[in-house]
Write a new protein. Structure first.
Length: 216
């Protein structure tokens, strides 16, 4: 059968969603959940959305462009959830920081497809400056938290804020990727991922001399 007949039916099925761009993004999210961030082609996204292979090019240059759009939306939601958990560091920086850690893991568990698009899709950042900016805003919540945690320390004892935020991000991301996922790649633990993260961060902060009277 030629594309003329298939394309007509495909377009009707695709546009049943009401918005081709959203239909394509949702189809890609479903495929990420089923096959992983690198486990499908641009043509498969079109087929899953019920449109012709040419239809996605109306909204996205290529597969990377589609994945960048999904990752961008993911980072925007991620930032909002981390920032809400931070709550301007109230009532205390240490308690607010603990909430941020829980929010980090909660997002990875609740949104595994977005999380995979954000961190596992291998989308180059240079052609997508808006994606890089969104990821930096999300990371900026950790930077704010690190600054607040060391604010009570003498200046000569304060660790470099960027280094500290990167260490905490790496720890949070590692635990989320291994033990806090909401998909089949999640490893089992004899404790909750939240407890593991809390213990790891506590050990790290105490190693920097942050704790007790410094964590205020």
């Amino acid at each position: 059968m030629g594309w003329s007949g298939d394309d007509h039916g495909a377009r009707r099925r695709g546009y049943h969603h009401g918005n081709l761009r959203e239909a394509l993004m949702q189809a890609a999210l479903d495929l990420i959940s089923a096959k992983g961030a690198a486990g499908f082609s641009f043509a498969e996204v079109a087929r899953a959305a019920g449109v012709s292979p040419a239809a996605p090019y109306r909204h996205f240059r290529d597969r990377d462009d589609l994945m960048a759009a999904i990752a961008l939306r993911g980072f925007e939601r991620f930032e909002a959830e981390l920032d809400a958990a931070w709550g301007n560091g109230r009532p205390a920086a240490s308690a607010a920081f603990e909430r941020v850690g829980k929010a980090y893991l909660a997002f990875a568990r609740a949104e595994p497809a977005y999380y995979a698009a954000m961190f596992e899709a291998g989308v180059p950042l240079a052609p997508h400056p808006e994606l890089q900016a969104a990821s930096e805003r999300a990371f900026g919540v950790l930077v704010k938290a690190a600054e607040a945690l060391v604010a009570g320390m003498p200046k000569e004892r304060r660790p470099p804020i960027l280094m500290m935020a990167l260490h905490i991000w790496s720890l949070s991301h590692g635990i989320a990727a291994l033990f806090g996922r909401g998909d089949g790649a999640r490893r089992s633990l004899p404790m909750s991922a939240e407890d593991l993260l809390e213990a790891g961060v506590l050990v790290y902060l105490r190693g920097l001399g942050i704790g007790g009277e410094d964590a205020r």
